[in-house]
Design a protein. Structure first.
Length: 116
């Protein structure tokens, strides 16, 4: 089993920044990818960014370079630095870990609200 714990959400004004963190623990082995998804009210969950075991990254085109995903010194921790936040970035952000031998795991989600 794998556990994912997110932190760092909150309320921020438009144009502000937030950094989300996700710490993974448990039976983590082999190659895996960690990712951030988000789900706004009334919308489907969508991929925001991902980082692979060899630190390759990929981002949703809609972000226009405002977000950065990275790993911490502890490889099982990932961060999502979010800059120039817009009201449309308001959503619950979920951490995801998946791998061909591990399966798929989700965190409980953290609320990000961008509002003046």
């Amino acid at each position: 089993q794998v556990q994912l714990v997110e932190s760092g959400g909150g309320l921020v004004q438009p144009g502000g920044s937030l950094r989300l963190a996700c710490a993974a623990s448990g039976s983590i082995f082999s190659r895996y990818t960690m990712a951030w998804f988000r789900q706004a009210p009334g919308k489907q969950r969508e991929l925001v960014a991902l980082i692979t075991s060899d630190d390759s990254t990929n981002y949703a085109d809609s972000l226009e370079g405002r977000f950065t995903i990275s790993r911490g010194n502890a490889k099982n921790t990932v961060y999502l630095q979010m800059n120039s936040l817009k009201p449309e970035d308001t959503a619950v952000y979920y951490c995801n870990l998946h791998g061909p031998l591990l399966g798929v795991y989700w965190g409980q989600g953290t609320q990000v609200t961008v509002s003046s």
